[in-house]
Structures are given as structure tokens and as C-alpha cells.
Ligand binder design. Structure first.
Ligand SMILES: [Zn+2]
Length: 578
């Protein structure tokens, strides 16, 4: 028998969690044609995997990749990590449906303020026509889809590098119906229109609905609306993924909600009869201030998991994912001054912000706003540890590097806010990064057999950045989060077999990908050949935009898209509609 490809002699970790076995895999067209001892067979392409593991292509259970795949269809950041499938449309945000309005995602920062200027919090819903213009002008992209069906057709033309599992976002649907008049509960007629959009999306092939109750416009929805829409998805066998309410709506909010937000997600799923609830980026359901000793963090994580385990015992079909990083995903500020993002934006440049901060009355205005808890990232009530979490990455005074604002404040005998102002005024170009936190709770979560992995980032190449204030770059998760998962959690806590299952067989089961996630004859040929000892995250906070290393070969639907460690122009991704 002559195959297209035979991968020979690798340690096969098949995605079920079973023990690795040495063997060969043959690929014919887009499928795995044979697994086992294929010594007698030949192939047009033979790959020696004797020193490598062979796994199903990895699956990222929670991304925003669909928001940027039209611009960065190659998905190089994912492929370099061995990822062949991403779940998109999370946190309530999806690229469709579009009506007369457009919902901002996570990446339009370079031009959003031209069409929708705001001093503090962005207005996230814009009229569609100026967005179409800006998208064309800045990105060269024709925003010419409205429905999911149209979006899928356009994306397929772009030949994506990885497979996309689509979800419809509640926030997108709500924005599409209510426009900018969303700071209220929807009436019956509006809910009906949202239901129609959800039904259309389900019929176009999305696998379910997501919500994001910490964001606008979704955070203004009442329970009736949320249940009605999850129920509509459920009527079409659609699952429910939930960015649970962790902080309360981020606009002048008060206390963090946390465990109540998890309960709310469980209640919505039960009331709506969702066939499956996937809780996004689980973290501790309890905050402990001011210090978080390990014992308490561990106990809080166990209590959080207890709630989820009880729901499972009660019969809820429940899974969740965790970001393998302690300081978030999506985008992060490049400069220390990004901590004062609204004022950096209004100042227009780092230098002007530094000049402004020389004025005591300007400082007082900024301080008053922050101390009133109006700016989410530095809210002293919801985030009293912000100063310990903001670290100086570059400064002419080298003694300050890798020290937090809190630490420098203590040494200088000034308060945290005053110290942040001083540091920016002294050296506006100072780079900053979010301090990594304790991984104790993460370890507890990853030990649970239902925990999957979420990088929570989007599809990009190695050039993307927000080049206007507040100057952001993709979070290092974007390029190395999966490596981090294997290094810090998967391998040491679970062993390779189970670590691989969490990012292959398990998510394939959860998202209904019946012919993926496992190395078996007849399944689609999404296959990674890699060496865990050479698998390396090359990103850092000062320069996140470096592709991971260590994946030797990567097949997406049988197409070789990475060979001998190098990304190829060939792509094989598909849209995995229901
Ligand atoms: Zn989220």
C-alpha cells in the first residue's frame, strides 16, 4: 500500500490518555489511513519520528481567533505551538451576526477612536458604515458579511491555517439588535429578534452560544433574556459557553462578584436546559485580601471546584477551561504608562502624559477618578493589589527593573499611585508588565480531569501591535501559552498522556468534534510531531511576538503546514460547523 505520508517510529500519544506506544501513522488525503506497524507500506513522504511524540493536533478550547482570522488567516501563532483547532466566538464576542451595528472586539484599537472617541471606557457598539470604511482603510479588509453563513464563506476563501469551531456571541447578538441603546433590559420584541439571530446562527452551523457578562452590552441583560437565548441554542443542540460574571460590569463597578458569577452560569444553563455548559477561564471563586497565603488559595480553589462537582453530580453536563497563566490573556500594555490608559490616550503620547503628570492639579484629577473606583484596572476596592501586580521592565535606574510599583513605593516611602505617577514622569518610556501571580490555584484546577486549556488570545502573525496609545501588544499566551501549559502544569502534574488528552481528546468530545482529537484510523489527519523536551516558549513581556519552537511537523486535515520546525505557506484549516 502506498500512502501520501507515513510518520514512522514515533511515540504515539493518541489523545485518549492511554499509555504511549511506539508506532507508525499513515495519512491519505485528509484522513488517518492506518495506525500501527506499517513497515511493509510505502509513502510519497516519509517522516522519521523516532525521537518525537506524535499527538493529535492540539485544540485550544477558548479563543478570540475568529475576530482576527480574516486579517491573519495563517494563524502562525497557533500552528507554531502545535495547535490545529481553535474554538472561537467566546466571551459573548463573535464576528457575526452584523446588522446596522458592529461590536468592538479585542483588536480594533488602532482606529476605533477615530470613529468612536471616548475618554475613559470605549463605546463598544458602533454604526456599521464607518467601521466598514475604517476596516478597509486601515486593514484592507472588506467587511462584507452579515450572517454566519456569509462569514464562513468569506473565511474559507482566506484559507485559514487552523480549524475554527464557531460560537455565536450573546454580546454580538445584543449589539446587533439594540445598537447603542443597550444600557437597559431588552423588551420582549427585542429578545424575540435576538432569538431569531441565534436561531439563524445555529442553522448556519455554530456549535452554541457564548456570553460575557462582564462586558457591554451583555452585562445589561436580565436573566429572562439570557435564558431565552441559551434555550434557543439548546433547541438546536447548541452548547453554552460562559464567561461568568467575575468582576461585575467593568464600568464604574463595585465589588467583585466571583463565586456568585459561577452560580449564575450554572443556573442559566439549568434553566435553559443547555445540553452542555463550558465555563470559560475558571479561576478562584473567592478573593483573599490583602495577602493570599498558599493554604488559603488552595482551599479557595477546592471550594470553587466543589461547586462545579456538585453541579455535575446534580446532572449538569459541565466542563471548563483554565488559562495556563496567572496574569490573563488577550492584550497587555507595553509601557508602565498603560496602567493609566485613559490618560495616556487623552495625552496622545508618553511624553505628553509625563508633562501632564508634572501638574499637581492634573494628578489630583487622575487620583480622584481612580480612588473613586471608576477605572477598572486600578480600582482600589476590586483590585487592591494592582500596585504589586505592575512591574517595571526597563528604566535608566537599573535597580528598579523587575520591581513592582508597590515595592518601589515602599522603598521610597510614597503611596502607590503617587509612585506610578512619579515613575512615568521620570521616564515615560519605561516598559512594564503584569506580575506573574501564584500558581497554587491553577495547579488545583489542572488536576481536575474536566479542565481544558484556554489561551484566550487571537490569531496573529509576529508583527501585530497597537501602535497608538495605550500601546498594547499581544499577551505572551498568544505565542507560548500552550508551551507554558505543558511545562508548568501538564507534564509535571498529569504526565504526558493525560496532559495531551486535555488538549485533544477531551475538547474534541466537549465540542462535538467526532472525527478529531484522537489518533485513529478514519479520523481527520490533524497531527503534530514534536519533542516535548525542545518545545519552547520564546515570548516575553517585553517582546511577546516570537513563535514557539519544538513542533517538528504539523498536519491540518492532512496538509503539511509546518515542516522541520518551519512554518509553511500551505494551510489546511476548515470551519467546523455543526
Ligand atoms: Zn472571557
Amino acid at each position: 500500500m502506498a500512502y501520501d505520508t507515513i510518520i514512522r517510529g514515533g511515540t504515539l500519544l493518541d489523545g485518549t490518555g492511554g499509555p504511549g506506544v511506539t508506532g507508525d501513522i499513515a495519512i491519505q488525503g485528509d484522513r488517518i489511513a492506518a495506525v500501527g506497524d506499517l513497515e511493509a507500506a510505502t509513502a510519497a513522504r516519509e517522516i522519521d519520528a523516532a525521537r518525537s511524540v506524535v499527538t493529535p493536533g492540539l485544540i485550544d478550547a477558548h479563543t478570540h481567533a475568529d475576530k482576527t482570522m480574516m486579517l491573519y488567516p495563517g494563524a502562525e501563532n497557533y500552528r507554531a505551538q502545535g495547535i490545529t483547532t481553535v474554538v472561537g466566538g467566546n466571551c459573548g464576542s463573535s464576528p457575526a451576526p452584523l446588522t446596522d451595528y458592529y461590536l468592538q472586539g479585542y483588536w480594533e484599537w488602532n482606529w476605533w477612536h477615530d470613529i468612536n472617541p471616548r475618554a475613559y471606557y470605549d463605546e463598544v457598539v458602533a454604526d456599521l458604515p464607518p467601521v466598514i470604511d475604517a476596516m478597509k482603510r486601515h486593514e484592507g479588509l472588506d467587511l462584507d458579511w452579515r450572517t454566519f453563513g456569509e462569514f464562513f464563506a468569506r473565511l474559507a476563501e482566506r484559507e485559514p491555517g487552523v480549524n475554527l469551531v464557531p460560537l455565536v456571541g450573546h454580546n454580538a447578538v445584543r449589539g446587533a439588535v439594540m445598537g447603542r441603546d443597550y444600557r437597559r433590559a431588552a423588551d420582549a420584541e427585542e429578545i424575540e429578534r435576538m432569538r431569531t439571530l441565534v436561531r439563524d446562527a445555529m442553522q448556519d452551523g455554530v456549535v452554541g452560544i457564548s456570553n460575557g457578562l462582564d462586558y457591554a452590552p451583555g452585562g445589561y441583560a436580565d436573566r429572562r433574556e439570557m435564558v431565552a437565548l441559551v434555550k434557543e441554542a439548546a433547541n438546536h443542540d447548541g452548547i453554552f459557553t460562559s464567561h461568568w460574571r467575575r468582576t461585575g460590569l467593568r464600568y464604574g463597578m463595585g465589588n467583585p462578584v466571583l463565586i456568585k458569577g459561577l452560580r449564575e452560569a450554572l443556573e442559566i444553563a439549568r434553566e435553559a436546559g443547555a445540553p452542555l455548559l463550558q465555563i470559560s477561564h475558571v479561576l478562584n471563586g473567592y478573593s483573599i485580601f490583602p495577602e493570599s497565603p498558599d493554604e488559603l488559595l488552595r482551599e479557595a480553589a477546592r471550594l470553587t471546584l466543589n461547586l462545579l462537582d456538585e453541579a455535575i453530580e446534580d446532572g449538569l453536563n459541565l466542563y471548563w477551561d483554565v488559562i495556563p497563566n496567572t496574569n490573563g490573556g488577550t492584550l497587555s500594555g507595553r509601557y508602565l504608562a498603560a496602567g493609566l490608559a485613559p490618560w495616556l490616550k487623552m495625552s496622545g503620547s508618553l511624553e505628553q502624559l509625563a508633562r501632564n503628570l508634572a501638574a499637581p492639579d492634573y494628578r489630583k484629577d487622575v487620583r480622584d477618578y481612580l480612588e473613586a473606583g471608576k477605572w477598572y484596572p486600578l480600582n482600589p476596592l476590586a483590585n487592591p493589589g494592582w500596585a504589586a501586580g505592575l512591574v517595571v521592565a526597563s528604566h535608566p535606574d537599573e535597580s528598579l527593573i523587575d520591581r513592582s510599583v508597590a515595592d518601589i513605593a515602599a522603598a521610597r516611602g510614597t503611596d502607590s499611585l503617587g509612585t506610578l505617577f512619579d515613575l512615568i514622569a521620570e521616564y515615560p518610556e519605561s516598559l512594564g508588565y503584569p506580575a506573574p501571580g501564584s500558581e497554587t490555584a491553577h495547579r488545583v484546577f489542572f488536576e481536575h480531569p474536566r479542565t481544558m486549556v484556554a489561551l484566550d488570545t487571537f490569531s496573529v502573525d509576529d508583527t501585530y501591535e497597537v501602535y497608538r496609545p495605550p500601546y498594547l501588544r499581544p499577551h505572551p499566551n498568544t505565542y507560548g501559552g500552550m508551551v507554558r501549559y505543558f511545562e508548568r502544569f501538564g507534564r509535571p502534574l498529569l504526565g504526558m498522556e493525560e496532559a495531551v488528552r486535555r488538549v485533544t481528546g477531551l475538547p474534541a468530545e466537549v465540542f462535538g468534534l467526532r472525527d478529531r482529537g484522537i489518533l485513529r484510523e478514519g479520523k481527520r489527519a490533524d497531527i503534530a510531531v514534536w519533542n516535548p523536551d525542545n518545545y519552547r516558549d520564546r515570548s516575553s513581556y517585553t517582546e511577546p511576538r516570537r513563535y514557539a519552537e519544538g513542533v517538528e511537523y504539523l498536519f491540518v486535515n492532512g496538509t503539511l503546514t509546518l515542516s522541520e520546525g518551519r512554518l509553511l505557506p500551505e494551510t489546511g484549516g476548515r470551519i467546523l460547523t455543526r
